[in-house]
Ligand binder design. Structure first.
Ligand code: AP5
Length: 231
């Protein structure tokens, strides 16, 4: 399966807490694609205490977006390190029209293009419940105390490290993140719907149900995912 689908680009779009990371990790693993989460890249930079991490922290803690220029450079640098032609699942990027246009340009330079954009959708009450139960390992594995608990309460199954509650998961910050999503990121729905790249995925069910719907949507989009720019 990994060989058949090599070279594809899928973007996961959706509000905070809808399950982009949960589904993106699994989709990447099952397809043999890279999973590129800009939230994870920023949190790693924060943990490493890099200048990028320190710059990003003030925006993340406030629930605001990190400036486009910073994000575009970060993703461009990250893409250079990936195996050429490998499929990529983008999670949390692009998040603005400017980021989407920059991604298109970066991919076009390699003769590639976004093949499908999966919009994960769930009601706001579901998002709040999921975020309130989220616990993460320092390495980025995500659990949920209600829906996907670790085997030992409070500790990562893989590493045994204590799980943490993300600093930006406080209700007030979540409200800001949702407002920012509606104002700045939701316009991407039209941006990707116009060329026929958008597929809607009902993300209200349990993790397996959402994954099955996502997988079906991505499979249906395969012909488009083959298209190089201009073809
Ligand atoms: P980022 O980390 O991307 O946060 P987000 O988009 O707000 O998304 P989340 O990580 O909150 O949620 P998710 O959709 O991945 O859900 P998850 O799978 O964890 O970004 C954080 C910050 O970084 C931003 O606010 C911004 O400051 C900055 N940033 C990042 N990218 C940027 C960019 N491109 N430009 C500018 N700034 C950027 O699931 C949530 C919980 O629910 C988990 O506990 C999970 O176990 C559980 N769950 C998932 N699916 C289900 C299900 N179907 N049923 C039950 N539980 C479920």
């Amino acid at each position: 399966m990994a060989r058949e689908t090599a070279g594809r680009i899928v973007v996961l779009l959706g509000a905070p807490g809808v399950g982009k990371g949960t589904q993106g990790v699994r989709l990447g693993r099952e397809l043999g694609w890279a999973h590129v989460s800009t939230g994870d890249l920023l949190r790693a930079a924060l943990r490493d205490g890099t200048s990028l991490g320190l710059e990003a922290r003030k925006y993340m803690d406030a629930g605001e977006l990190v400036p486009d220029g910073v994000m575009i450079d970060l993703v461009r640098e990250h893409l250079v390190g990936l195996e050429p032609g490998r499929g990529v699942v983008f999670d949390g990027f692009p998040r603005t029209v400017q980021q989407a246009e920059a991604l298109d340009r970066a991919l076009a330079r390699e003769g590639r293009a976004v093949g499908a954009v999966a919009l994960l959708d769930a009601p706001e009450a579901v998002l709040f419940k999921r975020i309130s139960g989220r616990r993460s390992s320092p390495g980025g594995r995500v659990y949920n105390v209600y829906f996907d608990p670790p085997r030992r309460d409070g500790f990562c199954d893989d590493t045994g490290e204590p799980l943490i509650h993300r600093a930006d998961d406080q209700p007030e910050t979540v409200r800001t993140r949702l407002a920012v999503y509606q104002e700045v990121t939701a316009p991407l729905i039209g941006h990707y719907d116009a060329p026929g790249l958008l597929v809607r995925v009902d993300a209200e069910g349990d993790i397996d149900q959402v994954y099955a719907a996502l997988q079906a949507a991505v499979a249906e989009a395969h012909p488009a995912a083959d298209a190089a720019p201009g073809s």
